[in-house]
Design a protein around this ligand. Structure first.
Ligand code: SAM
Length: 281
């Protein structure tokens, strides 16, 4: 164990509260994991090798950060709350941790990640879990895989398969970049304060190539098409895309105009977007 980094997370959290040093901010999703076994398990699920570079979103009190260092990683941790950043600074003395004060939804990834290859392991702030993960997928190709904790319903949505009720527009967007898998649930009892929602762990692995050739159908136009359809998720595509997607385009794409948006995989959205594009030109 690295004494300077991982000491006892439960003791650290309890000390912070008892001294009144830290009133957790719900608006920042501040529920801290205090159970060392859970922290070790999350780090283990990250499949880290000694020397791996790991991005952590929201290190909080540094408990997971310590477990990641114990697993051999060099950690860059982005934390928005200055009170926590100040508490975390001493971890940098180990030479294995870099604390960056900032907002993960705004920070420049090229500045903090450079051109290296990264893994991400994080207990995400639940209120911004989806935009944070999407931003990494869209703007930080350096990050090749993630193990993240999120609210259970959100995790289910991320990992849903076509045809299921939780398969949503964001599921399709994620599957353009990556595959995802539910790894398990985490008890509310391992957090301080105890959250009001259930939590799950998810693994997200970036595909070697995006799922649809961008020269055939651009990502932005595909996203526009997907959201236009999902705005009327109970309607058949021939209704929700009337005036946008012709009968010929459906035929050309091999997509039934009678289908509903949650039945289509990213590959089918790609074919539909490509067919619309070729019909326009
Ligand atoms: N990693 C710690 C743990 O497992 O105990 C804390 C996790 S807590 C669920 C989420 C953390 O994300 C908090 O420390 C919070 O301040 C931070 N956070 C919230 N919004 C953020 C943002 N936009 N950018 C960076 N950090 C953020």
């Amino acid at each position: 164990m690295h004494a300077a980094t991982s000491d006892n997370p439960e003791a650290r959290a309890r000390e912070a509260y008892s001294l009144g040093l830290l009133v957790p901010k719900r608006s920042l999703g501040q529920n801290f994991v205090i159970d060392p076994n859970t922290l070790r398990k999350i780090a283990w699920l990250g499949r880290l090798h000694p020397g791996d570079r790991v991005l952590e979103i929201g290190p909080g009190l540094g408990a997971l950060t310590g477990a990641l260092v114990d697993a051999g990683a060099f950690v860059t941790a982005v934390e928005i709350d200055r009170r926590l950043v100040e508490r975390l600074r001493p971890m940098e003395r180990s030479g294995r941790v870099r604390i960056v004060e900032g907002d993960i939804l705004r920070i420049s990834f090229d500045e903090i990640l450079g051109q290296d290859r990264w893994k991400m392991v994080s207990n995400l702030p639940y209120n911004i879990a989806t935009p944070a993960v999407m931003r990494i997928l869209e703007d930080a190709p350096q990050v090749e895989s993630m193990v993240v904790m999120a609210q259970r319903e959100v995790a289910r949505r991320w990992t849903a398969r076509p045809g299921s009720s939780t398969y949503s527009a964001v599921t399709v967007r994620m599957s353009y970049f990556a595959t995802s898998q539910l790894l398990g649930t985490v008890s509310r009892n391992v957090f301080v304060p105890r959250p009001r929602v259930e939590s799950s762990l998810v693994q997200i692995k970036r595909l070697p190539e995006v799922a649809v050739d961008p020269t055939v159908a651009g990502y932005a136009s595909m996203v526009e098409l997907i959201y236009a359809s999902y705005r009327h998720r109970r309607k058949m595509l021939r209704h929700s895309l009337a005036g946008w997607c012709s009968q010929e385009a459906f035929l050309h794409a091999g997509v039934s105009p009678e289908s509903r948006p949650q039945e289509l995989s990213i590959i089918e959205w790609g074919r539909l977007a490509a067919a619309i594009r070729s019909g326009d030109s």
